[in-house]
Design a protein around this ligand. Structure first.
Ligand code: ADP
Length: 883
């Protein structure tokens, strides 16, 4: 006799009548036999689970049978269960986890691959690995390890839902069809409810009442009173399943064979420690015979959390049974879950005390204020504007994919107005909108983003793998809106919801009070799907705009200027509507690629009055306009449009910098380049980013820029500073001026002409020399001295250049070697390369023969007739002739 047939609950129900003379004997016996066959079939499938999910604790027939024992303990001696209820409950025990094994899917892995979220799951696993949503190509080329993880995740996520159909499907072999329940009538009549009960073990308790509203009558020829109460059975299944955490589930020997990963290992360890629970008063008491040493502390805490979860299940189920007038279970909670130290008396630790010392955040609103507001971003009016425009554009891009709309579709309107409360500003988009789950979930969950989350995968299966590219990933941007004011309303309507389903989430007093969720009034309804965030400003709009850092703009700027400056390369239409309802298109979706060159530059620099004021600077503007060139990615998309710009190119004293944009929004400034370079973010506050154009493309672009400026920039010192930028980008400098020697300014050809025949050349710092020249005028350099600008031009503001352009010298470790490589990366490298070419040797050969930063000062010429001594950066030596 199997273990489960020994339990009281079995003996009182299916096992009750064994006497052939009893008038119901035949019903009892046939149902018992059906259950035994059902169990045999289920066991075959369950034994395969370990193959697909080796990390999981045991799910085979010992688990089914243990559920009988636990149900018996939890329900208590007086619990009533008729034979048909026992059959259905036992059936749900058998199948509730079978979907965890591939064997339960008649078409195997192909069936999983057809799941709508197969590719999404690959994308989400890759996203965790690489930090951003992968493109389609990466998803299609995912390696075996990722596929294996995907299979595991899909099995885990699907198994409960799949359980619903398990009793009704069949497996074919040699023209024979197998079912879990072979008796056709039992299968047809009870298979669906067994499936639904099994599925319910993953639902929240709150869903049970509406899902199992009434009893199901007995089916002929079984006795009339064998009706079933599915709600009661669902309760028993879930608490028995949750409570099965003793050592029978995770034996130590099996752990050593399967070697589960760290996360799973903690489960194995604590379950291996636990004995079978006892019932004392109305509590389950879990105990362990052995202690948890220090190195098993994480397992102990996982055990504590698991027992807390079981306690919650038992108490919720108890309320449901009691409130619906049903018989209550004997077990209604777990002993000592409120006190870790008391729990340690039953589940002892060794030489450590379980003090619940987890990191706590007592004042969540204060934390959000700190990290979602001015403390992170600084007191800048544009921050909330940027974050809200970004959220709107993410939502629009998502909707474009879902509804297969063109790449330039979608509008964001920035509207301002005034009411009795004062000035307000709102950002309205025609994006995907938010479901109630998103509105009350990721939106309010500081630090959790919806994009790429399980909720998104469930709401929009297939979306993640269709190339969704969202800029939001940190889940904090929305909170920056509180920098503007404390009264905020978020009105939203999912793109596929009815107008009347528009919802409003309203914050009246900032983060310190709970927001309210309500239906939109008629005037608030969003006609098309999307979202509108309105903030009542704590200061008048004008004064808030004027807080925009002054050094950024040459004159007072308007909201329209700020928007164009803020999102210069955005791929949605941006409108600005004033309080008189006058609406103006300020940015056309992705217009930066073909915008008139002058308007393009004015947008980048925020020169609102550019055309009026430019008169004396017309040459520079014309030069830069004509030099704008694009860079494309492999698919031919434009990823940069700009030109070289050096320190001497200034208008009204302002340096003409460029910008890296992420998701179309300004993220970082560039030196030496003007225009727009599309990039990726690297930090939480999104104010630093790296262009996506790679080294090869940048080098090609820089070479072209060198050719464009060679005839236009006459001043040779200016040429030299431009060469520095082109060199940094690995471009070919051509005949641009690069250095200074006894003849004055020289280019790379003149380096050969004047120095090719010399055996020893002193390289000194050009900027230092220029200072000397300014001071003394009369400086004579020796003929074997070349002055070049030391170091490398910084392009990306911050220290990210080295990540982006990866100079080779970083690979060297030795200080002397490092110095030489660093020298060769800069303009010094142009001298080396010219000489190497002329001498017919390699740069490395020259570097090996040369000395970097000699400790001695050398005389390199005269100043006002007196000797001029300096420490040279490099003493280049022509290597001895090879034999
Ligand atoms: P992030 O944009 O980094 O995800 P947020 O705090 O700005 O972080 O937003 C949290 C979530 O709220 C987003 O992931 C998104 O699902 C939702 N959300 C915010 N704004 C919008 C919007 N305009 N349209 C649709 N969903 C939005």
């Amino acid at each position: 006799m199997s273990e489960y047939e020994e339990t009281g609950i079995w003996k009182k129900s299916l096992g009750k009548i064994n006497n052939h003379d009893d008038k119901y004997y035949i019903h009892y016996e046939s149902l018992r036999n059906e259950y035994r066959e059902f169990r045999k079939h289920a066991n075959l499938l369950a034994n395969e689970i370990a193959r697909d999910l080796p990390d999981f604790t045991i799910h085979d027939s010992s688990h089914f049978d243990k559920l009988w024992k636990l149900a018996d303990l939890i329900a208590g001696n007086d619990f009533e269960l008729n034979p048909m209820e026992a059959f259905v409950l036992g059936g749900s025990f058998l199948i509730h986890d079978l979907g965890l094994g591939l064997a339960a899917y008649p078409e195997g892995i192909d069936q999983l691959r057809r799941e709508p979220n197969w590719s999404d799951t690959i994308a989400s696993i890759l996203k965790d690995e690489i930090g951003h949503i992968p493109n389609r190509d990466k998803i299609q080329k995912a390696d075996n390890e990722v596929i294996l993880k995907t299979k595991e995740q899909i099995l885990r996520n699907l198994h409960a839902k799949y359980a619903e159909c398990l009793c009704l499907i069949s497996w074919k072999e040699n023209d024979h069809e197998y079912h879990l329940i072979e008796n056709v009538e039992l299968r047809d009549k009870y298979g669906p409810i067994i499936g639904k009960l099994a599925q319910s073990h993953w639902w929240p308790v709150s869903k049970l009442k509406e899902s199992f509203p009434s009893k199901i009558g007995s089916f002929h020829p079984y006795p009339q009173e064998w009706e079933i109460d599915p709600l009661k059975l669902a309760c028993l299944l879930r608490v028995a399943d949750a409570s099965h955490v003793d050592s029978s589930r995770a034996p130590c020997y099996l752990r050593s064979i399967r070697r589960p990963s760290q996360g799973s290992r903690d489960h194995w360890v604590f379950q291996d420690h636990l004995h079978q629970p006892l019932l004392k008063n109305d509590r389950l008491v879990f105990t362990s015979g052995s202690r948890f040493p220090n190195n098993e502390a994480s397992s102990w805490w996982l055990c504590f959390d698991t027992l807390t979860m079981i306690d919650r299940e038992l108490s919720q189920v108890d309320s449901l049974l009691s409130d619906s007038g049903r018989q209550r279970f004997a077990a209604r909670g777990v002993a000592n879950v409120n006190d870790a130290i008391r729990m340690a008396e039953q589940i002892p630790t060794e030489n450590w005390i379980p003090i619940d010392a987890r990191i706590k955040i007592t004042d969540v609103p204060e934390l959000i204020k700190k990290f979602g507001g001015e403390d992170l971003y600084g007191p800048d009016f544009t921050v909330p504007l940027r974050e809200l425009i970004q959220n709107g554009s993410d939502a629009i891009r998502t909707r474009r994919i879902v509804e297969e709309r063109p790449n330039d579709w979608g509008d964001i309107c920035i509207r301002t107005g005034r009411d009795s409360e004062g000035d307000w500003i709102e950002i309205e988009d025609t994006g995907i909108g938010m479901s109630t789950e998103v509105l009350t979930g990721p939106l309010l969950d500081f630090g959790s983003s919806y994009w790429g989350s399980t909720l998104m995968i469930n709401e929009f299966p297939g979306l993640l793998s269709k190339g969704l590219q969202c800029t939001g990933k940190f889940g904090i941007g929305f909170f920056s809106a509180f920098m503007w004011g404390d009264h905020i309303s978020v009105t939203t309507r999912r793109y596929d919801a009815a107008q009347r389903d528009t919802q409003v989430l309203e914050f009246d007093c900032g983060l310190s009070s709970r927001p309210i969720l309500r239906k939109a009034t008629t005037s608030e309804i969003l006609r098309d799907g999307g979202t509108r965030v309105r903030v009542w400003l704590k200061n008048p709009l004008k004064s808030m705009i004027s807080r925009f850092p002054l050094e950024r703009s040459c004159s007072a700027c308007s909201l329209e200027d700020l928007c164009t400056w803020l999102c210069p390369s955005i791929d949605v239409n941006i409108f600005v509507e004033n309080e008189n309802c006058e609406r103006r298109l300020v940015i056309r979706s992705s217009d930066w690629v073909d915008l008139d060159p002058e308007k393009f530059l004015a947008r980048v620099w925020l020169f609102a009055e550019f055309s009026k004021k430019r008169s004396n600077k017309i040459d520079i503007i014309n030069l830069m306009k004509n030099n704008l060139r694009t860079i494309h990615d492999q698919s031919g998309n434009i990823i940069a449009r700009g030109c070289i710009s050096s320190d001497m190119m200034r208008i009204f004293g302002r340096y003409l910098s460029g910008v890296v944009t992420v998701g179309g929004l300004r993220a970082a400034d560039l030196h030496g380049l003007a225009g727009i370079f599309i990039g990726n973010t690297t930090k939480l506050s999104r104010d630093s980013a790296i262009p996506i154009a790679d080294k090869v493309n940048m080098a090609k672009w820089a070479t072209e820029q060198a050719k464009l400026i060679i005839d236009k920039i006459k001043n040779q010192e200016d040429q030299a500073s431009l060469s520095l930028i082109i060199r940094k980008l690995n471009g070919d400098i051509g005949t641009l001026t690069v250095a200074y020697d006894a003849h004055g300014w020289i280019n790379s050809q003149q380096i050969i002409e004047f120095h090719g025949s010399q055996d020893e050349i002193f390289i000194i710092d050009r900027l230092e020399l220029m200072e000397e020249i300014k001071k003394y005028k009369l400086i004579n350099l020796n003929s074997n001295v070349i002055a070049v600008e030391d170091g490398l031009q910084g392009i990306l503001v911050g220290s990210l250049d080295y990540i982006w352009l990866e100079p080779h010298y970083l690979e060297e470790h030795n200080a002397e070697e490092f110095g030489k490589r660093f020298f060769a990366e800069g303009i010094g490298g142009v001298v080396l390369e010219s000489l190497a070419k002329f001498w017919g040797i390699t740069v490395d050969e020259i570097l090996n023969a040369s000395r970097y930063r000699d400790k001695n000062a050398y005389e390199i010429g005269t100043v006002d007739g007196r000797p001029l001594k300096v420490y040279p950066d490099m003493i280049i030596k022509k290597p001895e002739k090879r034999m």
